[in-house]
Design a protein around this ligand. Structure first.
Ligand code: PEP
Ligand code: MG
Length: 903
């Protein structure tokens, strides 16, 4: 960040506004907005994030900063009629950090700047409260010593404890002015000996050092960790707010509180908040005394209460959203210290969005921006009943949502063993590593006592869609003794039942009953939004989904390969099947035919095996086309390497060896073993699979095409409306596609001739290899549609084998910030996405009416859906459960882009 000569680094609260969050941070931008609305905000100014960036990069504040701060301070002093630290009547200020995104408690704040040995006397006289003045001074030295001068905070706490002990009292407020004076001397002594310098008496020096400390706190360990976990970029920097102090601790006519303009849990309008009389902000969190409900303020100080209610209404109408606020009352005068659009639960987000539409504050397009797919996904998980009388024992990080109940196990081996015998287990570890993978797969949920949102447990569990709570630090996990100790000392032994909630991070002892989500009941059609028992949430979801469906351009299809999934997908709003993987149709009882196909020595034997598979495949497709009648169904021809259908090499070797030892006949098994050896590949992902199978195993693809064509003909004869599309996987060059296409067309012509039914079967390909993407223009000559297989495309563009990399080094990559989110979760726009974009353009250039979709897992990922909307795909296809999320996000993307088009 280089310094620009004309750059302005300091903004008075009267100069900013809420759109300047990048520059002024969230707190600064909103303080400015409130100031401009004429609300009572204590005057002050904000030092920009740009100044912080210069400081962090060059190690020094921008040259112009000091003078700019001086002129803003002069203006502030004129406005307040007193000077910073003035001996007889000091202006005091707070210095607070405030980044673009809220980072609660992560960075530094120093209050009461301006107090010194002389001005403390002035404050005492002015306030008429000696105790208050000395208490403020001791707080300044304590906060300043700790955060600005780096003194161990414990030393101040110990001194405070000793002062209380000496006096025989237990709470701070029982210390009197004389005690606090002594304490100030102790604190100054601690600073001098620990920091190697005296506590600065010059108020301007205090302020300048505090500003620098706030800049530095951006790169504190806590802040860095928080940003990594919350995926906040490291280069934003923080703004610094310098604000004149107001005091809520000047007696019973003073106090401090927090409030919401509506209930953040339900969205209902009302009076929600807490108030603490005769207190400063930090006392509320310190829990020194109990707060009272905000409604009680009406009887304590009616004038301030009425004014506050009026301000809350102004803020709601202005921000057109739920706001949370912090305020202080100083001797009957109300001051607004902070506001921001408030955090809310997923359920409240949906309710509030529709409530605001009903109030006429926002329109439907805006309502769509007030919710998101991640929130909808959260509402779709089964959840624990609220009524359950089960004890919560700890809380960790909500790493991967869902509600899981099972017996505690402390190692992967036991997890697998117990789950094989039908037990539900929760795998509990300090942290997980790649060796735990089998156990994680076997468990209902994963609980760790260490690690954050990017820990191995969190990343892998999210990838698997498995419930996970991580970093529950209150738990002492002892894997050697197979037990964990919860706060309070209770010991959970292996086999004890625990319940974990991956949406809240809560850990319970015993079994918490799980209830289905009402939102899923609604999507399933078991609950109607208009029904009497439909709750407010279901009605809100129903309305928001209707808005999304009305505006979205992307169609949403499902990845489904059986009639049951297809029907559910349809209920969830799928407009067809974008990927029917046929490999699942070759498992179970049918494996024997695949084995025969692989072992066939003669054409006749091979044809026999294929002939046995044909009617089974056909029936699969008849059922699928029936459940998706009238909607497109893309059937992908066989993709995985054939050895996946053969027995495991070790198991088979043992079987052969045993049979040999017992002198039992084992010719078939020996042939199988030879075939397994023959088909063994070093890198099966890059081996004989996809279109390559179709080209080297005669009759395989034609059998599948025949099954599709015959099934379609049968559905037409039954007066159905089948819309089958045949998709060829893993194509790298147009020649491969041409060969398969010629054969397929011949088979389709035969079936038409045999059945007398005219068939309209589209033929297209997956684009899932870089070469296919790069030569998409040529491939389009032979393909009526493309479906981007972004799973394989991500693997091949990055050179990652997903199974190998996710469990091994992805955590390290996430922690090092190489990527903020796994490219298998959210499309890598710059790499994989760029190939998709250029293939879309090339495909359309060759064949303007080519149909374009995506069927990798990214099709159900919110951020990726926006990207696919932007590059102009026709549809996304995802697992049935993600369909509502994709519909919502497609609607949000369309509403957002039409918004920017019209600007
Ligand atoms: C893909 O590669 O994105 C895809 C959908 O195919 P599969 O996941 O079955 O390899
Ligand atoms: Mg693939």
């Amino acid at each position: 960040m280089s310094e620009n000569k004309d750059q302005k680094f300091v903004y008075d609260f009267t100069e900013g506004n809420r759109d300047l969050k990048d520059l002024l941070g969230g707190k600064g931008a909103n303080l400015a907005e409130m100031t401009n609305l004429g609300l009572p905000v204590p005057p002050g100014f904000t030092i920009t994030t740009e100044a912080c960036k210069v400081y962090l990069e060059s190690g020094a504040e921008p040259a112009a900063l000091r003078d700019e701060v001086s002129s803003h301070l002069d203006a502030l002093e004129r406005k307040m009629g007193k000077k910073l630290g003035q001996a007889d009547d000091p202006l005091l200020v707070s210095v607070r950090s405030g980044a673009k995104f809220s980072m609660p408690g992560m960075m530094d704040t120093v209050l009461n700047i301006g107090l010194s040995d002389s001005s403390v006397e002035g404050l005492s006289r002015q306030s008429g409260d000696e105790r208050f003045a000395w208490d403020s001074y001791r707080r300044l030295i304590q906060m300043f010593g700790k955060t600005v001068l780096g003194v161990d905070g414990e030393l101040f706490e110990e001194a405070l404890e000793e002062a209380k002990d000496a006096k025989g009292v237990t709470i701070d407020t029982d210390l009197e002015a004389a005690d606090l004076k002594e304490l100030v001397e102790r604190f100054k002594g601690i600073v001098a000996s620990e920091a190697g310098r005296a506590f600065p008496q010059d108020p301007r020096e205090q302020m300048d050092l505090a500003i620098k400390a706030v800049f530095d706190s951006w790169n504190g360990d806590r802040a860095k960790l928080y940003r990594r976990q919350e995926r906040i970029p490291h280069d934003l920097g923080t703004a610094v707010n310098v604000c004149s102090m107001v005091f809520g601790n000047l007696g019973p006519d003073s106090g401090t509180g927090v409030a919401f303009t509506r209930d953040p849990a339900t969205g209902h309008q009302g009076v929600y908040g807490d108030y603490l009389q005769n207190a400063q902000g930090e006392d509320v969190v310190a829990g020194i005394r109990n707060t009272v409900p905000l409604a009680d303020l009406e009887s304590i100080d009616k004038a301030s209460y009425d004014q506050l209610m009026g301000i809350m209404e102004t803020l709601e109408n202005h921000y057109k959203d739920l706001c949370d606020i912090e305020f202080t009352i100083e001797r009957g005068q109300l001051w607004m210290l902070q506001t921001r659009v408030g955090k809310r639960t997923a359920a409240a987000a949906f309710r509030i969005a529709t409530q605001l539409v009903d109030q006429g504050l926002i329109d439907e397009a805006e309502a769509l921006q007030r919710v998101n797919g991640a929130q909808l996904a959260q509402l779709m998980f089964p959840r624990f009943t609220e009524a359950a009388q089960v004890e919560k024992v700890a809380r960790g990080i909500a790493a991967s949502p869902g509600a899981a109940v099972g017996k505690a196990v402390f190692d992967s081996y036991t997890a697998v063993k117990w789950s094989r015998s039908g037990e539900k287990v929760i795998l509990i570890r300090r942290e997980t590593n790649p060796d735990d993978l089998d156990g994680m797969i076997a468990a209902e949920g994963i609980l760790t006592s260490r690690g954050g949102k990017t820990s191995h447990a969190a990343v892998v569990a999210r990838g698997m869609g498995k419930t996970c709570v991580c970093g529950a630090e209150e738990l002492e996990v002892d894997t050697k003794r197979r037990r964990m100790t919860v706060p309070g000392g209770h010991v959970v032994e292996e086999g004890d039942v625990v319940s974990i909630d991956g949406s809240t991070g809560k850990v319970y002892l015993g079994e918490v009953p799980v209830v289905p989500s009402p939102v899923v009941e609604y999507f399933e059609g078991r609950m109607h939004a208009g029904a009497d028992d439909a709750d407010e949430l279901v009605q809100a979801v129903h309305r928001i989904m209707a808005y999304a469906d009305r505006v979205r351009r992307l169609r949403v299809r499902a990845n489904a390969d059986n009639a049951e999934d297809a029907s559910r997908a349809r209920r969830f709003g799928a407009q067809g099947i974008g990927l029917c993987r046929t490999e699942h149709m070759f498992l179970g009882d049918r494996r024997q035919y695949v084995e025969r196909l692989i072992l066939a020595d003669t054409d006749a034997e091979r044809d026999e095996a294929l002939k046995a598979l044909l009617p089974l495949q056909k029936q699969d497709f008849v059922e699928l086309f029936e459940s998706m009648d009238g909607l497109p169904v893309t059937v992908r021809l066989l993709d995985p390497p054939l050895h996946e259908f053969l027995p495991d090499i070790t198991e088979l070797s043992v079987r052969v060896a045993l049979a040999e030892a017992r002198k039992e006949p084992h010719e078939n098994e020996l042939r199988l073993l030879q075939a397994v050896h023959r088909l063994h590949e070093q890198n099966p992902m890059l081996g004989l699979r996809g279109v390559r199978l179709g080209l080297v195993i005669p009759g395989l693809f034609t059998m599948q095409v025949r099954a599709i064509a015959e099934a379609a003909a049968q559905r037409v004869e039954a007066k159905g409306d089948p819309r089958a599309e045949i998709m060829i996987p893993l194509v790298g060059t147009v020649q491969e596609l041409e060969l398969v296409r010629d054969e397929a067309e011949q088979v389709i012509a035969e079936v038409q001739a045999e059945t007398g039914v005219e068939l309209k079967l589209a033929l297209g390909t997956m684009i899932e290899l870089p070469r296919a993407a790069v030569t998409a223009g040529q491939i389009a000559e032979c393909a009526e549609f493309f479906s981007f297989g972004t799973n394989d495309l991500t693997q091949t563009v990055w050179g990652f084998s997903r199974d190998d990399v996710e469990a091994s080094f992805f955590t390290a990559y996430l922690e090092k910030g190489i990527f903020g989110v796994s490219p298998f979760e959210t499309i890598d726009k710059d790499g994989v996405g760029a190939l998709v974009r250029s293939a879309v353009e090339a495909g359309r250039a060759t064949r303007p009416d080519i149909k374009l979709g995506v069927c990798g897992e990214h099709g159900g990922d919110p951020e990726s859906v926006h990207f696919f909307h932007e590059v102009g795909l026709d549809y996304v296809s995802c697992s049935p459960f993600r369909i509502p999320v994709a519909r919502l996000e497609a609607g949000r993307a369309a509403a957002r882009s039409s918004d920017s088009d019209s600007r």
